[in-house]
Design a binder for this molecule. Sequence first.
Ligand code: NI
Length: 138
Amino acid sequence: MPRVCVTRRVHFSAAHRLHRSEWSEERNREVFGDCANVNWHGHNYELDVTVEGEVDPETGYVLDLKLLKRLVERSVVDDLDHRNLNLDVPWLEEKNPTTENLVVAIWDRLVSRMPEGLELKRLVLFETPRNSVEYEGR
Ligand code: NI
């Protein structure tokens, strides 16, 4: 059976602030730039979720992408959309919500929820149209 990767893109908007509390305002501003802004700011995130599996000979699908969309929404997007990533999301507690930390936390939630026979292959998380991070679980 051929194994094929399929990708669903989902969207969420969220507020955050990047900082380390043990650092001075100046140091935080120096390292994290505008993302250190004390009174928060938002991003329109795009998340590409790629899973790999065998093509079902009956349907011709790896899986119904509507199911993947629902799984991703229930597992992560519902918790993140229109929330403050520093304050509102229990599974991000104690994490500086950089795009890198966020993509790893999203991976950890999705990987254990994959339907049988499907492998989570790759996540690409866009914080802006020009800035993205990729994670393959390593
Ligand atoms: Ni930011």
